[in-house]
Design a protein around this ligand. Structure first.
Ligand SMILES: *[C@@H]1O[C@H](CO)[C@@H](O)[C@H](O)[C@H]1NC(C)=O
Ligand SMILES: *[C@@H]1O[C@H](CO)[C@@H](O)[C@H](O)[C@H]1NC(C)=O
Ligand SMILES: *[C@@H]1O[C@H](CO)[C@@H](O)[C@H](O)[C@H]1NC(C)=O
Ligand SMILES: *[C@@H]1O[C@H](CO)[C@@H](O)[C@H](O)[C@H]1NC(C)=O
Ligand SMILES: *[C@@H]1O[C@H](CO)[C@@H](O)[C@H](O)[C@H]1NC(C)=O
Ligand SMILES: *[C@@H]1O[C@H](CO)[C@@H](O)[C@H](O)[C@H]1NC(C)=O
Ligand SMILES: *[C@@H]1O[C@H](CO)[C@@H](O)[C@H](O)[C@H]1NC(C)=O
Ligand SMILES: *[C@@H]1O[C@H](CO)[C@@H](O)[C@H](O)[C@H]1NC(C)=O
Ligand SMILES: *[C@@H]1O[C@H](CO)[C@@H](O)[C@H](O)[C@H]1NC(C)=O
Ligand SMILES: *[C@@H]1O[C@H](CO)[C@@H](O)[C@H](O)[C@H]1NC(C)=O
Length: 849
């Protein structure tokens, strides 16, 4: 037993002899020294602490947290599903030798519930975070009767095992808390499936949402990020006793934990001592392609392609119509029937292996034996190595449909897989292609082979001419007309927003009942003082926004839409319901609506501090934004945007992200506003209103402003501009530096290349900032505004770069719109062909050609 005395005075020492329970902090509970409500156990090296806690739901739980981290981070909870409702309780060793938790009336609330051979047991909290029950004088102190590491809650600590014990038949897995204030067993779990070729599934109930892919000797086949980790050593073991995944820290003083979050996100956090924060090191699901079965049977998801779903060579979409509407869930079917004897195999690279619970594994075969087994078995549809280390070994074959495959951009992820094809399909190119891609590739081939350089040059000249013509038209008219074309490609557009319907995860349909409050028109008239001018907060493209006070005192913001929407009332209500479901800390919340024949109003939460631009570009108020606040605002906007781009059920491109569309609440938490308006407003958006908002100058990416191409990467551009504005406190539009022609982007670029980037920081910030952090933000800003959309990171990358100083950032290339439009026009006009193959959700506007 270890005694820690914080107070070394003699008085304390003496009193501790007489009242040991009050002052001793130890790491052990014995039958005579129970743990009462105001005491804690502290592990020997003071790494972890165990005690009673109230997570905020007025119940008491026994939990383990990090001793050294001030903000409580719970890594384990004993009685997660049987809380103590009274004010007091006790953790002790019961008469049968088990650890028991009793409430005020001495009823047993929770127990380690083992059959204990003898009663002289003690419970000890170890520095690993493991809370163990053992015999008091066991020769082998690691002979545990019971341990918390074998009863995980939502957190995997170093040394803990996630997997199956063949002896006891127990499958240890992570299960989320119900919510932040309730450690009860929640909906999400992360659990190993030991059938076939084992892998770990993220489930809601029993429905898979994401899977790691099988272990390929180095990492999980679907987690390429595990390749470049220097701090952590991952382990996967399969032997006659057990099969598990676990990890160890190479430096024991670095804290890292994997957590199954209550919102369904699997996250690894690492403690950053210098900034006293948990930094998100990794998370999943990360993008659309991580969504289970995104592209159906035999479909392949490629996050860098648009659309993301593809069919392998030799396959075609099963449901072409749905496929064209970006719904890949029906998957692909073979172009030609198989004929067992003559079939061959096509090799696909960098693939996350298909769902493997029904796969057949033989670790002692090599690839050529594997091939011949698969070839001789007519129902075998694919084979691969089980282990990619040392040139590859082992054999896995699938005699089922290939489900949930994805392809990575390079050898950073995935591995080779060989898929059975009819001999007639084998002649085709072995690479994966989309159905549309294929034809454009053929066109390119034909062009390349039959047409000479002359033709190519002619085409370029014509394109150049057309583009100049289009530029003129673009500047004169609005970007509106494109709407019709874009819509015909499954996009809804209006004021600055594009919405693409994302495949819904089956798990999400359960909470569809969530209903949107309908406000009575008169209520809103009264609340806003008859929409009086004094209550007017601002005017957007859709109509005016008013401050309102409901009779119960709640303050709201009411957006009164102009009356020209072409949508039916029911349709409109449905759209509002959908948008209202988009809830995120960094999005303004839609509280309800009022839709009557003449009037359409949306009710939002009211934002105390109005919009970011009112602070940022105001001499006096900008001083209130110290560096930490600015950094938090940048991170918050990034999270909100990531949610819109990837994590929400509807995939939304904002298209008009700017400082005035970022609102701030009491705590200065940034909230993105005006998202999802296209859906609410209906497809037939009127022209007059859209002009004002679509593409605010200074925030528009080059490919959008010039070619009408928009994608998540054009939002990233706007985000980059916003980051630089937040750092500098200066508007991009209308920023001129010392008579130079440069805008903010050009100015930043110059400072960056001269190594003087810190000069960009707003003059009002002179203390309390980390130079590293400022420079990182500037670099991220520059990476986001790079001229070519392909070069810009996506928002999940941006967040990773923001949240961790471990990741090394690439060097930014030249920003778009650095020197003004004229210069840019000439420079980029030769790149017309590139714009057709942009990544992400990309639509090319062909009107007038
Ligand atoms: C625990 O501490 C709190 C505050 O220090 C005190 O109000 C409470 O009475 C204590 N409870 C017990 C059981 O000692
Ligand atoms: C203690 O737990 C028992 C059984 O759950 C319950 O009946 C009793 O009311 C609890 N006592 C208090 C003081 O809450
Ligand atoms: C203890 O374990 C037995 C079987 O192993 C089970 O039936 C019982 O419900 C458990 N009791 C508690 C309190 O968990
Ligand atoms: C992984 O690390 C290597 C060298 O440490 C580096 O060259 C490579 O770019 C990194 N890859 C990623 C995806 O970060
Ligand atoms: C795991 O180990 C068991 C027992 O040793 C073996 O039967 C099984 O084939 C192994 N599975 C894999 C995927 O290696
Ligand atoms: C381990 O990490 C700590 C804290 O980050 C650091 O101070 C120490 O130098 C590291 N030790 C090694 C061997 O890298
Ligand atoms: C695995 O392959 C080896 C070598 O071909 C063979 O001897 C063995 O029987 C196979 N094991 C199973 C379970 O098929
Ligand atoms: C695979 O194993 C077979 C049988 O053990 C052997 O004959 C063959 O050479 C091996 N092939 C390779 C490529 O190692
Ligand atoms: C083909 O392989 C599957 C999966 O291993 C197996 O179930 C089936 O019996 C095999 N068929 C033949 C004809 O060998
Ligand atoms: C995609 O299509 C499937 C069936 O073809 C349908 O069940 C599903 O709801 C569709 N998903 C979306 C998001 O439209």
């Amino acid at each position: 037993m270890k005694i820690i005395c914080n107070h070394t005075t003699i008085i304390v020492f003496i009193s501790s002899i007489f009242f040991p329970c009050l002052l001793l902090a130890t790491d052990t509970i014995t039958p005579t020294t129970p743990l009462t409500i105001n005491q804690t156990l502290v592990s020997e090296g003071e790494v972890f602490e165990l005690g009673f806690f109230d997570p905020g739901n007025n119940n008491l739980y026994i939990g383990i947290w990090y001793k050294q981290i001030e903000r409580r981070t719970y890594v384990w909870v004993a009685n997660r599903d049987s809380p103590i409702n009274s004010l007091s309780g006790k953790l002790t060793i019961g008469e049968n030798g088990n650890i028991i938790l009793v409430n005020q009336t001495e009823n047993v609330i929770w127990s380690s519930n083992q059959s204990v051979p003898a009663v002289n047991t003690v419970a000890q909290l170890l520095d690993s975070g493991n809370f163990v029950l053992r015999m008091e004088n066991d020769e082998n102190p690691e002979n545990y009767i019971w341990q918390s590491f074998e009863n995980p809650t939502d957190t995997l600590l170093p040394g803990m095992k996630l997997g199956w014990n063949r002896k006891t038949g127990v499958n240890q897995f992570l299960q989320s808390w119900k919510m932040n204030t309730d450690p009860g067993s929640g909906d999400y779990s992360f659990k190993m499936n030991i059938d076939g070729f084992p892998e770990v599934f993220l489930l809601t109930g029993t429905t898979p949402l994401y899977r790691s892919g099988p272990w390929n000797g180095r990492r999980f086949s679907g987690v390429p990020e595990m390749k470049n980790v220097s701090l952590i050593e991952f382990e996967f073991q399969n032997n006659s006793d057990e099969i598990f995944y676990s990890f160890e820290m190479l430096n024991n003083s670095v804290y890292s934990r994997l957590i199954m979050g209550s919102s369904g996100l699997l996250q690894r956090f690492t403690w950053v001592e210098s900034s006293h924060t948990w930094s998100e090191y990794w998370f999943a699901p990360r993008d659309q392609c991580d969504g289970y079965m995104k592209c159906g049977p035999f479909g392949v998801c490629d996050a860098n392609a648009s659309p993301v779903c593809k069919c392998m060579a030799g396959f075609r979409p099963k449901n072409q119509l749905a496929w064209d509407l970006r719904n890949g869930s029906d998957g692909c079917v073979r172009s030609s029937q198989l004929d067992c004897g003559s079939d061959g195999f096509s090799q696909l690279k960098n693939m996350k292996l298909p769902e493997s619970s029904k796969a057949f594994v033989n670790q002692s075969m090599n690839l050529s034996q594997c091939a011949s087994i698969c070839k001789s078995n007519c129902s075998c549809s694919a084979y691969a190595n089980t282990d990619i280390t040392e040139g590859g070994s082992g054999c896995v074959i699938w005699a089922v449909d290939l489900l949930d495959m994805r392809q990575y951009a390079d050898s950073e992820g995935g591995q080779d897989i060989y898929v059975r094809l009819a001999a007639s399909d084998l002649d085709q190119s072995p690479t994966i292609r989309t159905s549309k891609d294929g034809s454009s590739k053929n066109v390119a081939k034909i062009l390349g082979i039959t047409a000479g350089t002359f033709v190519v040059i002619t085409v370029l000249v014509v394109l150049f001419y057309l583009r100049r013509k289009k530029m003129k038209r673009l500047r004169n008219s609005s970007i509106n007309r494109k709407g019709q074309h874009e819509r015909s490609q499954d996009f809804l557009i209006s004021e600055g927003i594009v919405v693409q319907t994302k495949k819904d995860y089956s798990g999400e349909t359960t909470n569809d009942e969530l209903d949107l409050p309908l406000f009575d028109f008169m209520t809103l008239v009264v609340a806003t003082n008859s929409f009086s001018d004094e209550n007017k907060l601002g005017q957007g493209g859709f109509g005016c926004v008013y401050k309102g006070i409901l009779t119960d005192g709640e303050i709201i913001a009411v957006k009164r839409l102009s009356r020209t929407s072409g949508q039916g009332i029911e349709e409109l209500k449905n759209e509002v319901r959908l948008i209202a479901k988009l809830q995120h800390r960094n999005l303004v919340r839609l509280l309800g609506c009022c839709i009557e024949i003449e009037e359409k109003l949306l009710v939002y939460e009211y934002m105390e501090h109005k919009s970011l631009n009112k602070f940022l570009f105001d001499k006096e108020r900008s001083a209130q934004l110290n560096w930490q606040k600015r950094f938090d605002i940048i991170a918050g906007i990034a999270r909100g945007l990531l949610y819109l781009h990837q994590d929400s059920r509807l995939r939304i491109i904002h298209r008009d992200l700017k400082a005035s569309n970022v609102l701030l609440d009491k705590e200065m938490t940034p909230k993105i506003s005006d998202f999802g308006m296209a859906r609410i407003f209906g497809g037939d958006q009127t022209e007059a209103e859209t002009k004002k908002v679509v593409g605010t100058h200074g925030y528009m990416s080059p490919e959008y402003a010039m070619d009408g191409l928009f994608s998540i990467k054009s939002d990233v551009f706007s985000f980059g501009v916003l980051v630089l504005e937040i750092v500098s406190g200066k508007k991009n539009r209308g920023f001129y530096y010392a008579n130079s022609q440069l805008n903010l982007l050009g100015h930043t670029w110059n400072l960056w290349t001269q190594g003087k980037a810190l000069k960009l920081l707003d003059d009002s910030i002179d203390v309390g900032f980390s130079e590293d952090e400022v420079l990182r933000c500037i670099q991220i800003g520059l990476l986001c505004v790079q001229e070519h959309a392909d070069d810009r990171p996506n928002m999940s990358k941006v967040l990773l770069m923001l949240s961790s100083d471990v990741v090394s950032l690439p060097q930014p290339k030249y920003p778009g719109f650095c020197l003004g439009k004229r210069h840019h026009e000439i420079e980029s006009s030769g790149k017309q062909d590139e714009s057709l193959t942009l990544n992400g959700v990309t639509v090319t506007i062909l009107d007038g050609r």
